[in-house]
Write a protein that binds this ligand. Structure first.
Ligand SMILES: NC(=O)c1ccc[n+]([C@@H]2O[C@H](COP(=O)([O-])OP(=O)(O)OC[C@H]3O[C@@H](n4cnc5c(N)ncnc54)[C@H](OP(=O)(O)O)[C@@H]3O)[C@@H](O)[C@H]2O)c1
Length: 233
């Protein structure tokens, strides 16, 4: 049995990726607070910011991986707050780091030791994993850490036959992006103009990149830019 485990498959990029893996014949598990609302996607309800909530799904996750021949684990769920270096409440930063960094680490501890050769662990980072913009302090910090985690994962997985990479989406038309810009049409148009194709990325395009990454171990350790050619100013 081929199994895809995706955090945050209730919406956006994660959900599009879950649908794509279903088309390929994988069993799919979604880890998020809301349901993926799909009869073929198994929901493991979890608030990834909570250690207790994560612990509550551990046994189910381990049992699923134990019976799989091939696993693609995608760390996709993410919290994005509006903050900056002058105003970043430590308690709020801790919640962002819990979802974006602690949770992938915790799930790795449970699953990587039992994932068979031929599996992969893929991190969804961002263009903000390698550069910064103002007003996204905790997000930028966690997305840089996410790439560091992938690189360290790659080195520590030596000899296991499991590959890893980071996929860094550009502006993708999802709930997270629309919420962040307040659903403002003019801002969305300005954002769309910030890549060389002059449009937003569809979640399905990132889903295609993520599934491709699973099938191509040669990219082990890579940071893949999936942004339609971000225009640098
Ligand atoms: N959209 C973009 O322009 C863009 C650009 C660069 C990178 N990315 C990255 O792509 C990934 C997916 O983003 P998206 O745009 O698809 O966002 P989205 O549509 O808002 O989806 C975010 C997902 O994360 C889950 N999530 C958030 N907090 C959670 C928590 N505490 N516990 C469990 N699950 C949680 C949500 O599920 P529940 O709410 O159901 O819990 C949801 O399924 C993120 O890592 C993001 O940083 C997106």
């Amino acid at each position: 049995m081929k199994l895809a485990i995706i955090t945050g498959a209730s919406a956006g990029i994660g959900r599009a990726t879950a649908l794509r893996f279903l088309e390929e014949g994988f069993d799919v598990i979604n880890i998020s607070r809301r349901s993926a609302h799909h009869e073929s996607i198994r929901d493991l309800s979890c608030d990834l910011s909570s250690a207790a909530s994560r612990q509550a799904i551990a046994a189910d996750l381990i049992a699923a991986v134990d019976s799989a021949d091939e696993v693609c684990l995608i760390h996709n769920a993410c919290r994005m707050a509006k903050d900056n270096v002058f105003a970043c409440d430590p308690a709020d930063l801790a919640i962002t780091l819990a979802v974006n960094i602690e949770a992938p680490n915790q799930i790795n501890q449970w699953l990587l030791p039992i994932m068979p050769a031929g599996s992969s662990v893929i991190y969804v980072s961002s263009t903000l994993g390698e550069k910064a913009v103002a007003g996204a302090f905790s997000y930028v910090t966690s997305k840089h850490a996410n790439i560091g985690m992938m690189r360290a994962t790659c080195q520590d997985l030596q000899g296991k036959g499991i590959h890893t990479c980071s996929v860094c989406p550009g502006f993708t038309d999802t709930e997270m992006l629309r919420t962040h810009v307040g659903n403002d049409t003019q801002v969305l148009q300005a954002i769309a103009a910030m890549n060389t194709f002059g449009r937003m990325i569809a979640p399905e395009e990132i889903a295609a990149t993520l599934t491709w990454a699973h099938h191509n171990p040669v990219i082990n350790g890579s940071v893949l830019h999936a942004n339609l050619g971000q225009i640098e100013s």
